[in-house]
Structures are given as C-alpha cells and as structure tokens.
Design a binder for this molecule. Structure first.
Ligand code: ADP
Ligand code: ZN
Length: 740
C-alpha cells in the first residue's frame, strides 16, 4: 500500500479458453481503462488480456501485485458502455466474462489475427525540369511515361495501377533520382466490391407514419421509453426507419439497425444503402458471410466513426458505434435474435438494454410483435406506435381457410386443394404471380412402414430422417447424418415402406406436372446453397421470369413483390402441434407474415390457408388480421399458467456421451435446487430433452420459472457453483429460452 492511500489495480481477463482473471498493479504513467487490451506477465511468460475493471487495491494481500507489462491500445477497444452491458450480461445469463468478451469483440479484432490491408502508392515528389524531362523521354521512355501518368492523376497513383511489378526497376530509378517517393496506404476490404447504389429520395409520409416518426424523433431528442412499432405488413415501417435514421445522422450521431438475417432481408439493406448513398461508406453491413479480414476492417471503420449506420444481424448489437442516437430492431418477434450457443443472449433484449446504457432511442418494429414486447407496452414500460393501414391504402389480403380433412376425403394425400388449384389457374391466366409456402424442405418428411409403424430415425439425434430426392438419401436435419434409403422396412422387412408427408422439393415436382406452362422456382436451404442463388432467384421473380415460387420460411420475411396476388399456405398445422408453449404464437406470426406477402401493389391480394385444424385460435385470428385479439387470449393463457411474458423461463440442461451420467448429474442438481427453494421460483422435473440425443450427446433438462430473472439467475448460479459437474458432463443454462 502506498503512502498516498490505496493504489489502483487492473482486473484483467486473460485470453484463452478458460476463465482466468487476475489483478495487476498499474505502473506509473499508464492509464488502462476498462475495455483496453493489455500485455501481462502470467507465470513465466507473457499473455494478452482485456481490462475488465480498474479497482482499488486496498487489501493487504501480503504480497505485491505484478505490474502490467504494457498497454496495447490507449483507447478502449470495447467502449465503456459496452463493457457495462457485458458485466450485466454475465450476471443475467450466468455466463463467464470470457464468453461475453467473445460476443463483444470479434475474434479477428481480439487476436489481431488480421491487420489492415495496405497497398503501395507512388507519389510525385519533384517534377523533373524541362531539360531533365526531355532527357528522360529520350533515354527512358518508360520512366517518362510514369511521370506524366502521375502528373495527370494529380500526383499520386497506386503502384498496381501504374503497372505493378513490371515497372519495379523504373520506379527504383525514379526514386533514386528523387523524382518520386512511395508509401503504404491502408485499403478497405469492401464487402460490396464497389457496387453502386442510386440515391433515392424520402417518400412523403402518410398520416400514421407522420405521427409515428414524430414520436420517434421526439424520443431521440428528449429521451423516452422504448418504442414498439406495430405496423401491419406493408404499412411502410421501413420508410419510418429510414427517416428516423436520417434524423440522427443530421445530428451527427450514429444509428444501429438490426435485422433477423441479412441474407433473407436483401431489400431492407438495399433501401438503406440507396437512401444513404450520398454518404456511401457511412453504411456498414455486418453479416455472417464476411471474411475475417472484412470483419476486421468493418469493425475498425465503425470504431473510428467512419461508418455511422450499421446494419446487421443479432451480433451487430455489439457494434462499437459511439454517439449512438437510435437502435432499430426490425421484425423484433423473430427467434433468430436469440443466440443458441453460449452466451445465450437475446439480441432484441440487448438492444433495449444497450439503448438504456447509451441513453438513446430504441424502436422495436413488427407486424406481429412478440408477446413479451406487447406486454411491456400494456405494462406501460414501452410507448406504442401503430400503423394500421398499408402505406398507400392497399387493402389487406382476403384470407380463406380450407379444411384439409374434407379435402383429403376427396383426393387421398392431396397437396393442393381444389380451391387453391382453381385460384392458381386464374392468376396464371392473368399473368399474376403466386407464392406457395411450406415450412418443410426436402422431398418427404420421413420414411414410415405402414405394416409395423417403424420410422427411420437418426442414430445420433433420435429424430426422423428426411428423404431428399436429389441426393437419394435420408438426411438428419439436426446433425446432417446421411443414410441410404432402405428398400424394405429395416424392422419387419415389409417392402411397402413409404414416404410420409411432403416437403418443398416434392411440391415443386407436383407443380411442374400440374402447371406445365408455368415457370416454377423453389426457395429453401437446399436450393439456395450456391452463392447469390437467393438474390438471383428473387431478381428473376421481380422481373416476372418466374410465375410460382414454392418456399420455406426463407420467403416469409420482409419481401415485397407488387405483382404477387395469391399466397398459398400448404400446411398451416406444421409447427402447431409440438410440445412448446410458444407453438401457437409462432404459427400466428408465420401465417400473418406469409399472408402479408400478398397484394402489395395495385392489385388486390388473396391468401389460401390449408389446414387440418381450421378452428385453432392462431389460424382464426390470423385470418381476421386481428393481432390484438390473438394477443389478449394468448396472454390470458400465459398468465394463468405462469408462462412468459409473466415469468422468465430458463432451461437448465446436462449433456454427456454417457446417458446415465447426464441424467444423474441433473437429478443431483435438481435435488439441491429443490432444497431451500426460494419463494417465487418454480422448479420443474428433470426430463430427457425433446431432442434426447444430438451430436452423440445425451441431453436432459429441467425448466425453471420466476417472475424475477435476477432471483432465478442468482439462485441457479449459487447452486451450480457449489455443485461442480463430473468432467464428462457439460452444464447448459439458457435464460429466457426460446426452444423447448
Ligand atoms: P413494411 O415493412 O411495413 O411491411 P414496407 O416498408 O416494405 O412495409 O413498405 C411497403 C411499400 O410501401 C414499399 O414499396 C414502400 O416503398 C411503400 N411506401 C412506404 N411508405 C410510403 C408512403 N408514405 N407513400 C407511398 N408509398 C410508401
Ligand atoms: Zn442426427
């Protein structure tokens, strides 16, 4: 301890797979802020790490702390606000800081795996005088040409543009004579590769949009609660986002726009790029296809304040923007915002929290708000903006429900009802376009034996294998395991084993047979594997080179095609009858979103929904475009049974290649949790997970619920810390879990 009171110390998280945190003394004159990267001595070598905190080192430890070796960056790499968010996440999600840091800093930035890419630039230093120039022209025409090219270019040119390695000796001579110098210049790895975007002008807002924008800009200027923007499909939410973004850009601040998935929302990105084409490089798009180098560059561009508008998926919520004025979460209800590997954060919730720390506005937009966000509005934690009409007064599509139980009596195993087929004929005749939706890829669902009932399952995951015709294989949709299609039933050897159910690939074939003159395209993860396949198919569809698209949820989001007048939902029941309390909510969202693709132009749209359970509430309310009605009755049910949004629901699981040990460990934890269980926590029974085995690991889980997330998280943390699992068992804790 120094004479002048406690000396500060730096608490440092060491880089590496394990959570190692040590305190170091801060040498005189060094100013390591939280979020700074540092070099530190660790045992007898040097390590790198990140400063988590600067603390008062006032305890007499009986030994003195080793000092930090050096500071890697003067400015913190992780901004102080993000550091604050990180600490909060660690507590809430019960995740070690090491995991949190991996979310806050991309690997390439943290490890400095990549550096800035540079190129050689030739600079005209001293122009040769007339006499020298004449001499040069005669004796060394190549050198003379380089001088004139440099002059014409204003004194500087990239070496590559001048001729690259073919002029090395000329460059050397010119440099020796003192005419030129060379330098290294940083170049940005541009993910768009110079693609040009035409500037587009703001639209004149309609009355509802005007009111909405006013509430948002007022919140940007004066502060205020988070805003839930509930706008029907086609209401023009994006235009409101664009103008709100313009507002913060005008104030010299930055904006962060989160979308569910970049690849599936090309139109949103396009519109931001076009609207802000005048400040072109100010828009950075963060998506999963960026190379490590591109990610490194984009990250630093954002950190330096060169990029002021960031569009990205979930992980972009941690983009190191400063002077944030606005965060937008588009399609806030989407499950893709939840990260399914540790740290298991929810991107939407982190957006709201970050906005709170940054004191900036946050807008959550959707045509089908999550019940969590809607309940926050009801509880007066959020403001509400409603866009009830479509942007230029187009009407909402008419939705018809077809009872497939009756239809199947008419034609056994029918995929298209008579009604849908009739409407398709009609639309095709008029040259209008059709989207069919089926949330299952592949050719058929599973292989089932009608004699003994045996279903071919994946050995690793205990789920039915899916038949894929192109590969002539059975494929597991969980782990990717492939199996040969058996000729006879593996159980009873009956040759009648046959395909059950159907997927997009089968429908594509059926459509080609039924409508031989129509051009059919399929959009699903299988068909769109090639780079740009999705973009190209959507462009062809826009140019009306395709009449019918059959697709999975890849086509459910945000697409806008004015000539689509018919949307068919082939099997609305998929996903409805599964053991998950959110199944109904998801079905309602999916139907509403898919139906919203119809009638987004001059022409009126219609939707046909085929179902075996026509009276289920999620189908009926979606049919009447009645979000409030659906939300009210669903919230009633959730409140009655103590489900989210009235409680926080967490999954605690064990995984191991030893079935018994995974099960036993969870039973043990369960017993300890049950003992002295605090009031306000509901503890469920340990059970095999719905997916009992995946990637060769057995999975058991139990559900915990509590109105207080903090109480739940703290209690679980206390018990887990006191009960370390056996070495070959992994513990998984998923706060606010989305899949069950
Ligand atoms: P949402 O995201 O709410 O489903 P979009 O933002 O895709 O809706 O808007 C649907 C269509 O309406 C787009 O073509 C858009 O250009 C157009 N649009 C939006 N606002 C206006 C407006 N004020 N006037 C005219 N057209 C508009
Ligand atoms: Zn599998």
């Amino acid at each position: 301890m120094s004479l002048f009171g406690p000396s500060p110390a730096a608490r440092v998280l060491i880089d590496g797979p394990n959570e190692l945190v040590f305190d170091y003394a801060i040498p005189e004159g060094m100013n390591p802020m939280p979020g700074c990267r540092v070099k530190v001595p660790l045992r007898n070598r040097n390590s790198t790490g990140t400063v988590l905190d600067v603390i008062d080192n006032d305890q007499d430890l009986g030994f003195s702390l080793r000092p930090l070796s050096s500071l890697i960056d003067e400015e913190p790499l992780v901004t102080p606000k993000l550091m604050e968010l990180g600490h909060w996440m660690a507590k809430y999600y019960n995740a070690p800081m090491e995991q949190i840091m991996r979310a806050l800093l991309p690997e390439s930035v943290r490890q400095e795996l990549h550096s800035e890419k540079t190129r050689k630039v030739v600079v005209l230093a001293n122009k040769p005088d007339e006499e020298a120039a004449a001499k040069l022209a005669k004796r060394a025409p190549k050198q003379s040409l380089i001088i004139s090219l440099l002059e014409a270019a204003g004194g500087e040119m990239a070496l590559a543009d001048l001729g690259g390695s073919s002029i090395t000796s000329s460059i050397k001579s010119l440099a020796k004579a003192g005419y030129i110098t060379t330098k290294d210049e940083a170049v940005r790895r541009d993910p768009d590769q110079g693609e040009e975007f035409l500037q587009d002008e703001p639209l004149k807002l309609n009355d509802e949009q005007e009111v909405g924008l006013e509430i948002i800009t007022k919140t940007i200027d004066d502060g205020g609660k988070p805003i839930l923007l509930h706008g029907v499909t086609g209401a023009g939410k994006t235009e409101v986002y664009l103008q709100a973004t313009q507002h913060v850009i005008n104030q010299g601040k930055s904006a962060l726009i989160l979308v569910p998935e970049i690849a599936l929302t090309p139109q949103t990105v396009q519109r931001f790029k076009s609207r802000f084409a005048n400040i072109g490089d100010a828009v950075a798009v963060l998506h999963s296809n960026l190379s490590q180098g591109e990610r490194f560059d984009e990250w630093h561009r954002i950190r330096k304040g060169e990029a002021r508008i960031v569009i990205g998926a979930r992980s972009a919520v941690f983009a190191p923007l400063y002077k944030l004025g606005l965060i937008i979460v588009d399609e806030e209800h989407e499950n893709t915002y939840k990260q399914e590997v540790a740290p298991r954060y929810h991107g939407r919730d982190m957006a709201v929290l970050r906005a709170h720390f940054e004191k900036c506005a946050v807008v959550l937009g959707s045509a089908t708000p999550s019940l969590e966000s809607y309940q926050n509005y009801l509880a007066e934690k959020y403001q509400l903006v409603e866009l009830k009409k479509r942007a230029d007064d187009q009407s909402m599509p008419i939705i018809r429900i077809i009872d497939m139980r009756i239809e199947s009596h008419k034609h056994k195993g029918a995929i298209l009802s008579d009604a849908l087929r009739g409407r398709m004929d009609n639309k095709l005749e008029k040259g209008e376009q059709i989207i069919l939706f089926l949330n299952r890829r592949g050719f058929a669902r599973s292989l089932q034996c009608p004699a003994c009932g045996h279903v071919c399952e994946c050995n690793h995951c205990a789920v039915p294998l899916t038949y894929h015709r192109a590969e002539e294989r059975l494929i597991c949709h969980i782990c990717g395991h492939q199996a040969i299609v058996p000729k006879n039933c593996p159980e009873c050897n009956d040759p009648a084993i046959r395909l059950q159910g159907y997927g997009t690939e089968k429908v594509e074939g059926v459509l080609q047979k039924l409508f031989p003159r129509a051009k059919v395209a399929r959009i699903d993860a299988d068909a769109m594997r090639k780079k740009n396949a999705l973009k190209n198919t959507l462009t062809a569809f826009r140019q009306k080179k395709i009449d019918i698209i059959i697709g999975t949820q890849m086509i459910a989001k945000g697409l806008h095609f004015p000539n689509v007048t018919l949307v068919g939902i082939l099997n609305a029941d998929l996903g409805l009858h599964i053991p998950d309390f959110r199944a109904g909510e998801r079905t309602f969202q999916l139907l509403t979103q898919v139906a919203g693709r119809a009638g987004r132009g001059e022409l009126e749209g219609e939707v046909i929904v085929q179902t075996f359970t026509p009276h289920s509430p999620s189908i009926q309310f979606a049919r009447h475009h009645d979000f409030n009605g659906y939300a009210d009755q669903e919230l009633e049910f959730r409140s009655q049974f103590g489900y989210p949004p009235f409680t926080h629901c967490a999954l605690l699981g064990t995984r191991s290649s030893h079935e018994r040990r995974a099960e036993f460990t969870l039973e043990n934890i369960h017993q300890r949790l049950a003992k002295n269980l605090p009031e306000g926590i509901y503890l469920g029974e340990p059970l095999p997970a719905a997916l009992t085995k995946a990637h060769g690991q057995y999975r058991f889980q139990l559900m915990l619920r509590s109105p207080s997330a903090r109480l739940l998280s703290n209690y679980v943390n206390k018990i887990l810390t006191a009960t370390p699992p056996p070495e070959d068992v992994t513990i998984v804790f998923d706060m606010d879990a989305m899949g069950f």
